[in-house]
Design a protein around this ligand. Structure first.
Ligand code: IMP
Ligand code: MG
Length: 174
């Protein structure tokens, strides 16, 4: 299975970067508590590892949303399959995402959570593909910027496979 996968970000590099991100969040929210919202499915590995690196009172909840449509600019519609259960009113919410691509999903989540009375809403993403952005969304914490390639592993899938790879790779067709 692994012979067609090129490693882009090895496991150790991901772990180091997540530790730095956790440290940064811990400093930025000193004296406060944070509410992490993990966007399923792709972000579950990242959210768990990041949460362990944040030294603050922390709540964790989950949302499942996906963007669909033609994929051309401004056509992205967002579908919600699972909503957050806990109240975010007055809370410092951090949306934890696997990869920000067009930005449609994130934009929808940001406006929804702000409407629900969160005290603040920020975004932490493991990967960012800035070249693919179709909407202007602010991403506060970025693990790695990646080129416009389809990446897999560490939660990211191709056709629901490869999420369990401990590294981020690129699927190469032979
Ligand atoms: P968007 O920003 O609304 O376009 O959606 C981003 C979502 O698309 C991510 O959460 C992933 O589920 C998926 N996605 C985008 N790029 C990739 C990739 O390179 N590999 C795997 N999934 C991706
Ligand atoms: Mg996602």
């Amino acid at each position: 299975m692994s012979k067609n996968i090129r490693v882009l970000l090895p496991e150790e590099e991901i772990a180091q970067r997540i530790a730095q991100m956790g440290q940064q969040i811990t400093e930025d929210y000193k004296g406060e508590s944070v509410f992490l919202v993990c966007t399923l499915r792709g972000s579950c590995f990242f959210a768990c590892d990041l949460a362990k690196r944040i030294d603050l009172p922390l709540t964790l909840d989950f949302v499942k949303a996906s963007s669909y449509g033609s994929g051309t600019a401004s056509s992205g519609k967002v579908k919600f399959d699972l909503d957050v259960e806990l109240s975010m009113e007055g809370r410092h919410v951090i949306i934890v995402d696997d990869i920000v691509d067009s930005g449609h999903t994130l934009q929808a989540l940001l406006s929804l959570f702000k409407d629900r009375g969160a005290k603040s809403v920020r975004v932490a993403t493991l990967l960012d593909k800035p070249d693919r952005r179709e909407v202007d969304v602010a991403v506060d914490y970025v693990g790695f910027a990646v080129p416009n390639l389809f990446v897999i592993g560490y939660g990211l899938d191709f056709d629901q496979k490869y999420r369990n790879l401990p590294y981020i790779g690129v699927l190469e067709s032979d």
